[in-house]
Design a protein around this ligand. Structure first.
Ligand SMILES: *Cc1c(COP(=O)(O)O)cnc(C)c1O
Length: 238
């Protein structure tokens, strides 16, 4: 009797959780402007949680660790689109070939050359974004904007890498500071969009997370990366 009650409570709790993820997806999808892509950041989340989002119609998911992405990859069919949003070490490129829709974190010539080599061997095209360390933070990865030109000219010589835009993780700060960094990113994105390159187009400007996505969209983001806003608070200890 007692056990039965606890079991029922569990079912109810689980039901609410599921509803919440689906509801959040629905709310985001309905409230963001057309032309803005919603990326559900599923790092630390279980397969079940991701499936709930998937069943609610979400197709783009972001992971920040190669191992976690590769582990989760097996549980879904090819209609899911995985994005790698965390730092990519050159020695891990080989594990993601053929598994990701978009790599958001190209930030060095060394990494570019490894991506080019691995994708060429597999006869596949890598779609990537250049990550810019717009706040010049020591703790963050991404290329400084003064090193962009050299990277761009190397990309133009590639045969298996296509750059589709830019990505940034801005420093933590006030709305005014956030706005400043989003504007800086938009300026760079616009200036590149006006130029003609081999292998480089400016389709995506990936910026904005749960706490600042509204401002990011106002400043020109067309790809927002939402984790906690969809799945609830993350617990890194599980
Ligand atoms: C975790 C993460 C996000 C999502 O952050 P939330 O605050 O949970 O929305 C977005 N981008 C990157 C690169 C991340 O690592």
């Amino acid at each position: 009797m007692h056990e039965c009650r606890i079991y029922k409570m569990f079912i109810m709790l689980k039901g609410t959780m599921i509803l919440t993820i689906a509801k959040n997806i629905q709310d985001f999808t309905e409230s963001i402007p057309e032309g803005v892509k919603l990326l559900a950041v599923s790092k630390t989340r279980s397969i079940d949680e991701i499936k709930e989002a998937f069943e609610a119609g979400q197709r783009d998911f972001g992971e920040n660790k190669v191992q976690e992405l590769v582990d989760k990859f097996e549980s879904f069919d090819t209609t899911i689109r995985w994005h790698l949003i965390g730092h990519l070490q050159t020695n891990k490129v080989k594990y993601i070939v053929g598994k990701v829709f978009l790599i958001h974190s190209l930030d060095s010539i060394k990494l570019l050359e490894e991506i080019e080599k691995r994708y060429k061997d597999a006869n596949l095209i890598a779609n990537v974004l250049i990550q810019i360390n717009i706040g010049r933070e020591q703790s963050k990865t991404g290329i400084f904007k003064e090193n962009l030109e050299e990277l761009l000219s190397r990309i133009e010589k590639c045969s298996n890498v296509k750059v589709k835009g830019l990505m940034a993780v801005i420093p933590k700060g006030s709305d005014m500071e956030n706005k400043f960094y989003f504007k800086e990113m938009k300026k760079i994105w616009d200036s590149l969009r006006e130029r003609q390159f081999e292998n480089i187009t400016m389709e995506y400007l990936s910026m904005g997370m749960t706490n600042d996505y509204k401002l990011a969209i106002l400043e020109g983001s067309n790809l927002i990366r939402i984790g906690e806003g969809i799945f609830g608070k993350r617990n890194y200890n599980i």
